[in-house]
Design a protein around this ligand. Structure first.
Ligand code: 2DT
Ligand code: MG
Length: 189
């Protein structure tokens, strides 16, 4: 199947990523950071990696990415800030290399909250997480209706073995389907 690598966003190791990390930890320096500002920083954190991502894909590396632009859109739009609707939130990510599929690991927010460390970071509040989940569902439906990026929802309360088997099957099919296809650009169709 060729080489594969895992990446994740936010990448907290870059300069921009450190600002994002401070924001998520609610440090004093970030107490006046606006919702628009942090949204754009999350996007910039992807743009600073975009060339690298394209190079790797063009060299035949399969990338598995933990969160990407859809997290940016879902989390920021879930804040319900006037003017920051789905379209506004998508704009700055338009043109990034697109994923070939999205695998959404789903579970009730209450159960997710029982897992390690929940509550330490800014967005880890049950009510907000429920809003975010609604946004993800809306994004998924939008992509399905317009035949954009294919989504797969997996019940994340199953065993790790079951989950990884399902993911493997999905990935096999997607890799076959996109084998000779060019890299698509996000949010441009
Ligand atoms: P992790 O817990 O996965 O490190 O994410 N987030 C993430 C955004 O609000 N916008 C984004 O663009 C991305 C990629 C989701 C840290 C938190 O950051 C949120 C949870
Ligand atoms: Mg987290």
């Amino acid at each position: 199947k060729g080489p594969a690598e895992s990446i994740r966003f936010p990448d907290r190791t870059s300069h921009i990523g450190k600002l994002i990390n401070d924001y998520l930890l609610s440090t004093k320096e970030t107490e006046n950071t606006s919702d628009q500002t942090i949204h754009l920083l999350f996007s910039a954190n992807r743009w600073e990696a975009a060339k690298d991502i394209e190079t790797k894909l063009n060299n035949g590396v399969t990338l598995v990415c933990d969160r990407y632009a859809y997290s940016g859109v879902a989390f920021s739009s879930a804040k319900n800030v006037p003017g920051m609707d789905l379209d506004w939130c998508r704009t700055c990510d338009r043109g990034l290399p697109s994923p070939d599929c999205i695998i959404y690991l789903d579970m009730p927010v209450e159960n997710a909250a029982q897992r390690g460390d929940f509550g330490n970071e800014r967005y880890e509040k049950i009510d907000f997480q429920k809003q975010v989940r609604e946004k993800f569902m809306a994004l998924k439906k939008g992509d399905e209706d317009a035949s954009l990026v294919p989504w797969h929802t997996i019940d994340a309360q199953q065993s790790i073995e079951n989950i990884s088997e399902q993911i493997n099957n999905i990935v096999d099919n997607v890799m076959e389907a996109v084998k000779e296809k060019p890299i698509r650009k996000l949010f441009t169709d």
